[in-house]
Design a protein around this ligand. Structure first.
Ligand code: CA
Length: 252
């Protein structure tokens, strides 16, 4: 290689290094060894920093112990399935974006995953460029959210510090009230079914009666709605609850 070519290559390499953001850190949780290796190798070649886990428990441990940019999560997993894992993550207020991978192309599974806080999903088989594009999109969305605050109208939730404000005033919530509010605000403008709320708050292993949810909604309303003119939490009869998006609706 002559000197000039070597110099051009060196400058090009240096420019690439300078313009690059730090690689995105991705955790892949997948129990099929071939699929896991395919994902690991492929994402590594696309410039991601990759960690892996082949069961749900290990995945949850890594996801709670490390700062990650995104998680690629298989649903059918040993020890702890993808749904339970996601629920545990969100209960611990870890808002790392999650891309679900599912072989189950049923609408119910997809809706359940999104309800539990997944950011996006892909059904197997999928194309690699699509996986990369989706990962870039969910991590970009999370980064643009800046400090990670979840907002709806004048209500703001900081999932890391576990603090809530309305019109800039701090509101003290219990852990369960906080979970209920987070679940509603993440789906602002949509009716969240009672069952979804109960699973998100109490989990599927500890079923509670439906009155427990009503009691919790009342105590949340007393703090987040009662002192204010505009009520944000609406009851959808026979179905669930909805957090209003005041930006889209007229005055009540
Ligand atoms: Ca699997």
């Amino acid at each position: 290689m002559n000197l000039r070519l070597r110099l051009v290559l060196y400058v090009a390499f240096a420019l690439t290094l300078e313009s690059k953001e730090p690689p995105l850190r991705i955790l892949i949780i997948e129990d099929e060894p071939r699929m896991l290796e395919l994902l690991r190798q492929g994402l590594y070649e696309h410039g991601f920093t990759v960690m892996t886990a082949c069961d749900g428990e290990t995945g949850l441990e890594i996801a709670t112990a490390h700062e990650l940019d995104a998680i690629v999560l298989d649903i059918g997993l040993p020890k702890l399935d993808g749904f339970a894992l996601m629920q545990s993550l969100r209960v611990r207020a870890r808002m790392t974006p999650v891309l679900m991978l599912t072989a189950r192309d049923t609408e119910d599974d997809i809706i359940r995953g999104l309800d539990l806080g997944a950011d996006d999903y892909l059904t197997k088989p999928f194309s690699f460029p699509e996986l990369v594009a989706r990962l870039q999109s969910i991590t970009r969305r999370a980064r643009e959210g800046g400090d990670g605050t979840i907002k709806a109208g004048d209500v703001a939730i900081d999932p890391v510090r576990h603090t809530v404000t309305r019109s800039g005033e701090g509101i003290d919530l219990t852990r369960l009230e906080f979970l209920l509010l987070t679940c509603l605000v993440r789906r602002v403008g949509q009716c969240v079914p009672r069952q979804t709320l109960m699973e998100f708050i109490w989990g599927t292993d500890h079923p509670v009666g439906t009155t427990a949810l009503d009691v919790l909604v009342n105590s949340l309303r007393a703090k987040i709605d009662a002192p204010y003119r505009r009520k944000m939490i609406c009851t959808v009869r026979g179905s669930g609850y909805l957090f209003r998006n005041s930006a889209l609706e007229g005055k009540s």
